[in-house]
Structure formats: structure tokens, C-alpha cells
Write a protein that binds this ligand. Structure first.
Ligand code: AMP
Length: 596
């Protein structure tokens, strides 16, 4: 008896917790709808869903400011399914969703079917481009829901005498700013006049232009305005940069970032997942003559104090930490945050990067993203209500497919995330050096093994991403080089691709890297010299094979190739900085194009 009542108490506690959590459980959805949401792979509601769904379920009109990528579609579909519940055989249309485009309407239909898979509700799609006859046919099946573009809906209303919208109880104007922007205003007003007064109206829009606000005043009853305070989550002065790479490439990437991208007068906080990674990176940086500060959970108090105070007084410019250790540290002004391991929860991400770009200063947050991290990246963007897209591939840029670069610039200016690859050339160059450092240090070799094991354990205990994001991550297009390296693209990889045919026959004896490196060495410029040595060793090993391949490939006359003067390009976009005065250089016909 006691056991069972204890268990019952526990169950109730759990239920209470869930109801309070603001999760889908707390909405009191009927099992058919709730199961549809879970089957779609949603774990927790996005912020716009969290804010709008309870309001909509309560029956009030809502104007929600939400962009595509915020989870807005489910925000109006889930309450709609809950309200309609099941198909009424003798009934008429009860819900109407208006979309500005055929594509959006199709997407909404797909989501309606997926989320409503455990209901028997029927949906008709009325969009331009499809035959009117087949749509008449659909309408004769007594749909509960109509998803339509305004033009085609008006067409039906004028063609079919007994078609009426009087029975509609639930109306959604999706992407309302686009609906208005596309000149549908007149049709929308006409549609409004055909609707019953006793309906619930919802308007979803990325912006709220004055024409739309007027419309909302006329067509909605006492609407509740919902907007997200995105800017309070992450400062607009913080630039977010997401690089895709493989786990084993992170050492090279972080060295490259610190040496070539980040200015010598900037302070950077690096987040890693375990204390072993702190130790490993600490040793690696020291081998490269860069002295970081470190901080991890069970570190000796005195040592911790010394490390932090050296960072605070700017004697060290890097601080490597774990999340747990970082909690207790107060660092006033910070320029950059590097997420070596991608944070498994959006809130951790926000907390980490919130340490840069404070007090009116700008800052940058660089995050490494492996293919396993992709679903977490998507979940993060749902949480931030921020659209995300892949950087265009080199081929797309070369063909200037649909003015692709200007679209990307525009997207970035609109606050969208454009993620992209870390340049393979940079990784290849530095990886050789990293391998050399590791293999010549017993400590690093053993630490690397510990790191791999620790990371495996850490990965097992990470919270899971949403299933929907896992599914979406598998369908993502191949991403191009990150726009941060645009100059690389324009001046390096892209040119290399374009001219590689002509260049095949021409190879100077020494790469620019080697030539520059010789100069750097004689000037005692730190860092580059070591990489040059690596390049030389590489050449010694591969020279014969390279020559053979070049001989085989060279189809164009040598003269033509020689007449091409700019065969050498900078690979670092390269805000030349303290570490290597001359920047890092390679010849374009070697090393580029070895993408993943
Ligand atoms: P939308 O902004 O409606 O276009 O949604 C963008 C993407 O986020 C779609 O692929 C949705 O399926 C997905 N999505 C919406 N809500 C959630 C959620 N709560 N959890 C995970 N994915 C979601």
C-alpha cells in the first residue's frame, strides 16, 4: 500500500512538473494531437509555440511576429487540430489557412498531414497551378480544412455559387506581410467579408507594416500581440559564426583561428567538454609558444586563481574552460568565444556566448559543428527563432546561380545564420604540424587518447536533440566555404577551381608558402616557419607522385599556363596579424579543392 501510494505520489509529482514545464504536455492536448506532435519529432516547443499556443487554445485572436524557421507553422496547426478534433461527415469547412505562395501552402499541407496523422481530419489544397476540376472534386469530399492562396480561393468563390466560408471558425493569415506585399490586400478584404463574425483569427508575420496593422485592426477582435525578445537572448553586437568540420580537424582549426583570424589584442574564451580537453589544448598551445590560462572543475584553488588573474590582467589572451568551471568566473570584457564542442542545449549556448559583446562592445562567437552536431545547431536556431542556411557551394558561386553571393550577403544582413566549411587547405596545412607536435610528445599522445575516451563518455550523457532536427539535418544541402573566408573563395579556392585546368601544367619550384616562410624565418616571424618546414617535408615525400600526376594531367600547352600571372593567392582572408606578419600563403594549384 505504502509502496503504491509512494509511486502514485511520484507520478503526480512528475505530472505536475510536466504541466508546469511549458512543454507540449502542459497544453492539455487530446491524445490524437499530442501523439502527432511527438511522432513529428518535436521534443520541446519553440519560443513562439510556447507563447502563442496557450493563447490560441484559449480562443483569443492573435497577431504573432514570427519568421519562418521559428516553428510558427506548428504554432497555429497544433491548436487548430485540437479545436477541430475530428472529421464531421455532415459538416462544412471549419478552418482556413491563407498562404502567399503555392510552395508555402504545400509545406503547410505536409505539416497538417503529419501532425494530424492520428486524426481523421480532411484537408483541401486550393492553389494556382493545379487544375480547378481536381480541386472541385476535393471540395466535394467535405474537407474540414482549406489551405489556399488568396487568388485561387477567390476564383473558387466566384465560380461556385454555393461555396461559402460562413462555417469557418478558425482563420490563419500565414506570412501576412508577404500576403500584403504580393498585392493580395483587396482579395483578403473580400475574403474577410465572407467570413462569419464568430471566428477566431490569427495573423503570423515576420514584420508588422502599417497596412497590415490597419488590416489587423479591421479584421481581428481585440488581438493579443506576441513578439519574441530575441535580442535579449543574444546581443545584436555579437556575431555568430558556425564552421563545419570533422572532430579530428578541430585542433588544426583552433590553432588557425587563434593565429590567423583573431587579433593579438583580443581575448578569447574557449569552451571544451572535459578537463582532459582543457589539458590537451593547454599543452598544444604551449608547444606552439602560445600561453593560455585554463580552468576546470577540480582544479587546485590557488592554481585557478593564478590562471584567472593572469587572464584578467591580459597577460594571457586565451582562457580554456569547461562549462562547470566557467560558471564561477567573472570576466569583464571579452572579445571572442570559441565553442570547441557544440553545446548540447540552446540555453548553454546563450550562456556561453553571452560572455562576449557586453557593455556596448562588439564580439564574436565561433562554433565548431561536426555532422553529429548538426541537429543541435538546428534546435539552437529554433530556440533563437533565427533562420539558418548553408553557405553556397563553390560551384554555385562560380556559376553565380541566381546571384547567390548577393543573396547570402542579404541573408547575413537580415540576421540569418549562414554556416559553412572551414577551409580544408588551412586545416591540411596546420594538421601536419599538429600531428608532428603530438607524435613528438608522449604526454600529448597519451592525453589525446584520454580525450577521445572522455569525449565518448561525454557524448553518451548529452541530452538528445529533437528527432525532427535529426531528420532535417540529414536532408541539408552540401555547404560551401564559410563566408568569413569569402576572400579565400574569391581569391583562392574559387580562382583555383576556375583556373585549375590552365594551371595544371605550371608549377613553380617552390610554393609561396615556402618562399614567404623562408623570408619569415629569416625575420624570425613566429609560427609560419614551422609550417613551412612541414610543407617542405611534405614536398620531399610527395614530390615524385605530384610530378607524375601533373605530367599525366597536363593537356594544355605550358606557354598558356605560364601566361597566367596570378597563379598564387592568399588563403587566409587574411586579416594579417601579429602571429604571421605576412599571412599564410599557398599556391592555388596545390592544396585547394581537397574538400570533404
Ligand atoms: P517553421 O518555422 O514552421 O517553418 O518550422 C521550421 C522547422 O522547424 C520545421 O522543419 C519544423 O518541423 C521544425 N519545428 C517546428 N517546431 C519544432 C519543435 N518544437 N521541435 C523541433 N522542430 C520543430
Amino acid at each position: 500500500m505504502l509502496v503504491s501510494s509512494k509511486a502514485e505520489l511520484k507520478r503526480r509529482e512528475k505530472q505536475k512538473k510536466k504541466a508546469k514545464s511549458g512543454g507540449f504536455e502542459s497544453l492539455g492536448l487530446s491524445p490524437n494531437v499530442y501523439n502527432g506532435v511527438k511522432r513529428k519529432g518535436y521534443r520541446v516547443p519553440t519560443p513562439i509555440q510556447r507563447k502563442t499556443m496557450p493563447l490560441i487554445l484559449s480562443g483569443v485572436d492573435v497577431v504573432a511576429m514570427a519568421r519562418t524557421g521559428s516553428g510558427k507553422t506548428a504554432a497555429f496547426l497544433v491548436p487548430m487540430l485540437e479545436k477541430l478534433k475530428q472529421h464531421l461527415p455532415q459538416g462544412a469547412v471549419r478552418a482556413l489557412i491563407l498562404s502567399p505562395t503555392r510552395d508555402l501552402a504545400l509545406q503547410t499541407l505536409k505539416f497538417t498531414k503529419e501532425l494530424g496523422r492520428f486524426t481523421d481530419l480532411r484537408t483541401s489544397l486550393l492553389v494556382g497551378g493545379d487544375r480547378m476540376e481536381s480541386q472541385f472534386e476535393e471540395l466535394s469530399q467535405n474537407p474540414d480544412i482549406i489551405i489556399a492562396t488568396p487568388g485561387r480561393l477567390m476564383h473558387h468563390l466566384t465560380e461556385v455559387d454555393d461555396m461559402s466560408l460562413r462555417t469557418v471558425e478558425y482563420v490563419v493569415f500565414d506570412e501576412a506581410d508577404s500576403l500584403f506585399g504580393m498585392g493580395f490586400a483587396e482579395q483578403l478584404h473580400k475574403i474577410l467579408t465572407q467570413l462569419s463574425e464568430n471566428r477566431q483569427t490569427l495573423l503570423f508575420s515576420a514584420t508588422l507594416p502599417s497596412a497590415l496593422a490597419e488590416f489587423a485592426k479591421a479584421g481581428l477582435r481585440d488581438p493579443q500581440l506576441v513578439r519574441l525578445d530575441v535580442d535579449t537572448k543574444i546581443s545584436p553586437d555579437l556575431k555568430l559564426t558556425f564552421f563545419t568540420l570533422r572532430q579530428e580537424e578541430k585542433f588544426a582549426a583552433v590553432l588557425y583561428l587563434v593565429r590567423e583570424q583573431i587579433g593579438s589584442d583580443e581575448q578569447t574564451l574557449i569552451f571544451v567538454s572535459t578537463k582532459h580537453h582543457v589539458e590537451f589544448l593547454n599543452t598544444l598551445f604551449r608547444e606552439e609558444s602560445i600561453e593560455p590560462s585554463v580552468c576546470y572543475g577540480d582544479m587546485d584553488q590557488d592554481a585557478r586563481k593564478i590562471h584567472i588573474s593572469r587572464f584578467r590582467s591580459r597577460k594571457t589572451m586565451l582562457l580554456i574552460v569547461t562549462d562547470v568551471a566557467a560558471r564561477g568566473i567573472d570576466i569583464p570584457l571579452l572579445d571572442n568565444v570559441i565553442n570547441w564542442d557544440f553545446p548540447p542545449k540552446p540555453k548553454i549556448f546563450v550562456h556561453r556566448v553571452g560572455r562576449a559583446a557586453r557593455a556596448g562592445r562588439t564580439g564574436r562567437a565561433y562554433s565548431f559543428v561536426t555532422s553529429e552536431d548538426m541537429p543541435y545547431l538546428l534546435d539552437l536556431h529554433l530556440f533563437l527563432s533565427k533562420p539558418i542556411r548553408a553557405a553556397p557551394t563553390e560551384e554555385e558561386v562560380l556559376n553565380d546561380k541566381d546571384g547567390v553571393m548577393s543573396k547570402i550577403d542579404q541573408a547575413i544582413a537580415n540576421g540569418e545564420t549562414v554556416y559553412g566549411r572551414f577551409p580544408q587547405t588551412a586545416i591540411d596545412l596546420v594538421s601536419d604540424r599538429v600531428r608532428e607536435i603530438i607524435s613528438s610528445s608522449a604526454e600529448l599522445t597519451s592525453l589525446q587518447r584520454t580525450c577521445t575516451n572522455a569525449f565518448r563518455l561525454y557524448s553518451k550523457t548529452k541530452p538528445l536533440p529533437s528527432k525532427e532536427s535529426i531528420k532535417r539535418s540529414k536532408d541539408l544541402p552540401r555547404e560551401g566555404l564559410h563566408p568569413t573566408f569569402k576572400n579565400v573563395l574569391e581569391g583562392g579556392e574559387l580562382m583555383a577551381l576556375a583556373f585549375s585546368e590552365r594551371l595544371k601544367a605550371f608549377r613553380p619550384k617552390q610554393t609561396i608558402l615556402e618562399a614567404e616562410g623562408e623570408a619569415a624565418k629569416s625575420k624570425n616571424v613566429q609560427g609560419l616557419g614551422q609550417w613551412v618546414d612541414v610543407m617542405k617535408k611534405k614536398r620531399a615525400v610527395h614530390e615524385e607522385i605530384i610530378n607524375l600526376v601533373h605530367q599525366k594531367r597536363s593537356t594544355k600547352p605550358l606557354e598558356e599556363a605560364k601566361s597566367f600571372k596570378d597563379e598564387e593567392y592568399y588563403i587566409s582572408s587574411i586579416p594579417t596579424n601579429h602571429h604571421t606578419e605576412s599571412g599564410l600563403l599557398v599556391r592555388a594549384n596545390e592544396g585547394f579543392g581537397s574538400n570533404r
